[in-house]
Design a protein around this ligand. Structure first.
Ligand code: SAM
Length: 288
């Protein structure tokens, strides 16, 4: 099994074999147990699958061409005549996905909360190999050194999407981009921004051939973040929430910049700092 975004995928649309529809009312059903297990990283890694909550996000995934394995929908909402849900079921079946018409108990068990959304998708995850990341002058991507907080990562993916960043590179031991919390915080951008996972050594090796600039953000940075012109292909390198950029990662940057602060806060939240950097880099690149 491969996560490579460029690997051949199951055919979708009219050429795909239609999926099956099942009616499941018990949370003890083995299929439901398998889906619930995707809350754990180990199971996501073993299966290459992840959960997406909510009809809008599921449709975002289908629109972006990601492979939907199973769609779990509220049987009550279908019986209540929800047209959007009925259309989503037809689309899912046509794409080859199985559909589970589920009781409220089953949806609550999978979402692990009361009042769950009326649709939950099980998608096949996609990661891009680091070697495939190439940036043209003026383009920007983000690298994150050991990001730990799922909400931060989701917000960064959403912000990277909003500015048209070309990729988010997760360096070292990072939180899983396909956890339910991260996917929730991306608001659908998980399907739009190429995500790369790289060990530190792999990143350092790739860096040797990277023709652009790596702009690191650091509390000890001597350069104001508005000083660089960001005309070159730019990789913004952001540090861990507690420790910042490691000395080794800071050492591989071409520039170390700082966002000036007033007041008593030691630093900005990682996702906020990433947003400030991304918008500045895009603003400068677009006005050159
Ligand atoms: N105690 C950590 C340190 O001293 O690096 C603070 C880490 S901060 C919460 C997480 C990351 O956000 C930093 O590594 C950096 O990438 C970015 N960041 C936060 N505030 C920043 C600022 N004022 N200037 C530049 N980067 C900042």
């Amino acid at each position: 099994m491969t996560d490579d975004i460029t690997a051949p995928r199951r055919r979708a649309g009219p050429l795909a074999a239609p999926g099956r529809i099942k009616d499941i009312s018990s949370a003890a059903n083995p299929i439901v147990k398998d889906i619930r297990a995707l809350a754990q990283k180990r199971h996501r890694d073993e299966t290459g699958l992840f959960l997406v909550e909510g009809l809008k996000l599921v449709l975002d995934g289908l629109d972006a061409g990601w492979e939907l394995g199973t769609l779990v929908v509220s049987k009550a909402a279908l019986l209540g005549g929800s047209e959007v849900l009925t259309r989503a079921v037809s689309r899912a079946v046509a794409s080859g996905a199985d559909v589970i018409e589920a009781s409220a108990k089953v949806l609550e068990a999978i979402a692990r909360r009361d009042n769950p959304q009326s649709a939950i998708g099980v998608f096949r995850r996609q990661l891009v190999p680091l070697a495939k990341i190439a940036l043209a002058p003026g383009e920007v991507a983000v690298a994150l050194d050991r990001v730990r907080d799922p909400g931060n990562l989701g917000t960064i993916l959403r912000t990277a999407d909003a500015v048209g960043a070309k990729a988010v590179v997760l360096v070292g031991d990072c939180v899983d981009p396909f956890s339910l919390e991260t996917v929730r915080a991306t608001m659908g951008s998980i399907f739009s921004v190429p995500v790369v996972r790289a060990k530190e050594a792999e990143f350092l090796a790739w860096r040797q051939d990277f023709a652009g600039q790596i702009v690191g953000t650091h509390m000890a940075g001597t350069l104001d973040y508005r000083t660089p012109d960001y005309a070159a292909a730019t990789l913004l390198f952001m540090g861990n929430e507690q420790a910042g950029l490691s000395a080794e990662m800071a050492g591989t940057c071409d520039l170390l910049v700082r966002i000036p602060q007033a007041g008593r806060a030691d630093s900005l939240n990682l996702a906020v700092a990433t947003g400030v950097m991304l918008f500045e880099a895009r603003r400068k690149a677009l006005t050159l």
